[in-house]
Design a protein around this ligand. Structure first.
Ligand code: KIV
Ligand code: NA
Length: 263
């Protein structure tokens, strides 16, 4: 198996083959997902919540994300590793966006970056692409703009569907190799997917997208409460909780460690 490249994702869209993406923030989960055949991994700024326990993605920085990007790249020999540009690392100017994206590539070893926004950030996408860095767009609900959008809400209902399409078009025209569609009506996501030449990656955007992405702690059932668009493919929280209880009980009862675990 060879390394997934951005042109493979395009080939899959052109061939009508769907693919799945997961987030990862460490070497061991990256290795497991890579071995399972997940072709693209996202070191999302969702690390703010899942790794650092922050209340939103806004506080997370490049300094937080860079070591996680290195860990995922080290753990995944085949997956395309996409790293999020965190809030504050690209808003000020196209120059700032290029500088931050370069850090994710150069210091993190990422293979591509992702940044949020449509029409409003298209010039950032263009600038980073011009630097030779593949960019994944992210439109619909964009968590870094939570306060401007009035909270976690579906974007593109009714009349607003046209804005989601315009946003997706803007980043595709700016050179994005793929676009994440987050929390948009399935019908709108389908229309965007038909319209764009590049693959769409849905999260809470229905089955009509070219690919899907989920936060791994959500899909594996490690997170507590999750959004309605998440399906738990495992119950890792229960497995770990049970293991921790059993371990503690065996230590208390003196049955662990046994002679076979001792020197
Ligand atoms: O940070 C993240 O995990 C994301 C995905 C949910 C698309 O941006
Ligand atoms: Na993100």
């Amino acid at each position: 198996r060879r390394r997934t490249r951005v042109h493979h994702l395009q080939q899959w869209k052109d061939a009508g083959e769907k693919w799945a993406m997961l987030t990862s923030y460490d070497a061991l989960t990256a290795a497991v997902f890579d071995e399972a055949g997940i072709p693209a991994l996202l070191v999302g700024d969702s690390a703010a919540n899942t790794v650092f326990g922050m209340p939103s993605t806004l506080p997370v920085t490049l300094e937080h994300l860079l070591p996680l990007v290195r860990a995922v790249v080290a753990g995944a020999p085949h997956a395309l590793v996409v790293a999020d540009l965190p809030f504050g690392s690209y808003e000020a100017s196209d120059v700032q966006a290029v500088q931050s994206a370069v850090r994710l590539m150069k210091e993190g070893g990422a293979h591509a970056v992702k940044l949020e926004g449509g029409v409003r950030t298209a010039s950032r996408v263009r600038a980073v692409v011009a630097a030779g860095i593949p960019v994944m767009g992210h439109v619909g609900f964009t968590p870094q703009a939570e306060h401007a959008l009035g909270g976690y809400r579906v974007q593109g209902r009714g009349e607003a569907g046209g804005q989601v399409l315009a946003d997706a078009r803007a980043v595709a025209e700016a050179g994005a190799f793929s676009v994440v569609l987050e929390m948009v009506p399935a019908e709108v996501a389908e229309q965007v997917t038909r319209t764009l030449a590049v693959p769409t990656v849905g999260i809470g955007a229905g089955a009509g997208c070219d690919a899907q992405v989920l936060v791994w702690q959500d899909f594996a059932g490690l997170s507590g409460r999750t959004a309605t668009f998440v399906r738990k493919f495992a119950d890792v929280r229960a497995v770990l909780s049970e293991a921790a209880r059993e371990y503690a009980a065996e230590v208390r009862g003196g049955s662990f460690p046994g002679p076979e675990h001792s020197f």
